[in-house]
Design a protein around this ligand. Structure first.
Ligand SMILES: Cc1cc2nc3c(=O)[nH]c(=O)nc-3n(C[C@H](O)[C@H](O)[C@H](O)COP(=O)(O)O)c2cc1C
Length: 353
């Protein structure tokens, strides 16, 4: 797959063909309420849009769109350095593939098989100098853990996020992750609302700080808590030993009418200012300009969801690599045009309201 020469435009056109009836692969994946993927589903499984009215998905995009960047140019020329250190791995950028799973949400095995999707995402991210996170859904089990298999085969690391299943099941997944060369593990606490998990007899639960502590103590790997949308939850997770949190509303797929993630990020960053923890953010990030906004609001790194799915469907690992390269190059451009030569220099001063 990697030898096929494609452009990002070709990848998108291919994805549009394959995703007919699921996603229109609009130029800007903005969760606008009039978009094809959006709208009430009345008990049908969630497709590719947001839950309910789709407001949470759209709010992610709106929260980023309203931020403006201060252009600053008169100084000595430099080429920005986007390299990022993630739990022992040197990445070419602070941008990773999000833990998206469940090809049934985007057309099923006729569009792309779960195994193929995981391999394309993991390998494409590695080819771009970064790593992919892999998630968990009702078709996954300890025996069929497609994301873990893809990470093991690629031998270059990755992150495994497990749904908030029974504690002993999560711990088994973490053990397997340790054996498979995974970089870090975690739980998407917001997955406790998953209708599909419950329907398929894979119960999911809210987790207490004691539960999180038990998970932290069960593994030698760094533990991440994903699905944080308020300062209280962030503090609970970090005090329980989480080494990273993800400010995320699951791409607007778990609760209708939440704010955008960029709206809540500053108060979470403020609450964690004395803690030694990595802050990751996702939701509606489509370009390096959006990445710079999240970093300026205090995130250390970001995840990309839907755009990576489309890239994997349109061009396999090549598509994912091209999408990730695009994100890194637009981040570089954004940093150059706003006066930051390294990630450590980025501050909220770049934001103009
Ligand atoms: C179809 C789909 C499936 C997803 N599955 C998972 C999952 O299994 N585990 C998880 O932690 N997050 C999951 N997510 C959420 C993503 O990891 C991420 O938080 C979100 O997609 C980021 O927003 P974006 O799509 O606007 O970039 C899923 C998102 C989508 C769109």
């Amino acid at each position: 797959m990697s030898s096929v020469v494609m452009t990002l435009e070709e990848v998108r056109n291919k994805a549009k063909e394959k995703l007919k009836g699921v996603c229109m692969v609009y130029k800007d994946c903005d969760g606008n309420p009039t978009r094809f993927c959006q709208g009430q589903h009345y008990g049908r499984p969630l497709g590719f849009g947001g839950i309910g009215s789709g407001a949470s998905f759209h709010n992610n995009w709106l929260a980023l769109r309203k931020i403006k960047l201060k252009m600053k140019l008169v100084e000595t020329h430099f080429e920005p350095d986007t390299t990022f250190h993630f739990f022992g791995k040197d990445l070419s950028m602070p941008i990773m593939g999000a833990s998206v799973t469940g090809v049934n949400s985007f057309g099923g095995e006729n569009v792309i098989a779960e195994r193929e999707f995981c391999q394309a995402t993991v390998c494409g991210c590695i080819e771009a100098g970064t790593i992919a996170w892999r998630g968990d859904t009702y078709t996954y089990s300890l025996e069929n853990s497609y994301g873990l298999d893809a990470i093991k085969e690629a031998k270059a690391g990755g992150v495994k996020i497990v749904k908030p299943r029974e504690q002993n099941v999560i711990i088994e997944f973490f053990k397997k992750a340790e054996e498979y060369g995974v970089t870090a593990v975690g739980v998407d606490t917001d997955g406790c609302g998953s209708y599909m998990m419950t329907k398929h007899n894979k119960p999911v639960f809210k987790k207490t700080s004691d539960d999180i502590r038990e998970l932290v103590n069960s593994t030698a790997l760094p533990v991440i808590v994903k699905g944080i949308m308020c300062a209280e939850d962030a503090l609970e997770a970090v005090n329980a030993g989480a080494l990273a949190i993800v400010v995320s509303n699951h791409g607007g797929r778990v609760l209708d009418h939440t704010p955008g993630t960029a709206d809540v990020l500053p108060e979470i960053v403020e609450a964690l200012k004395d803690k030694n923890v990595m802050i990751v953010a996702d939701g509606g990030i489509r370009t390096g300009y959006d990445v710079l906004k999240m970093l300026a609001l205090g995130a250390d790194a970001v995840l990309i969801g839907r755009d990576i799915v489309r890239a994997a469907i349109g061009g396999g690992s090549v598509g994912v690599r091209l999408q990730m390269d695009y994100l890194r190059e637009t981040l570089k451009k954004a940093m150059k045009m706003t006066g930051f030569s390294s990630l450590a220099e980025i501050t909220s001063e770049v934001i103009e309201v």
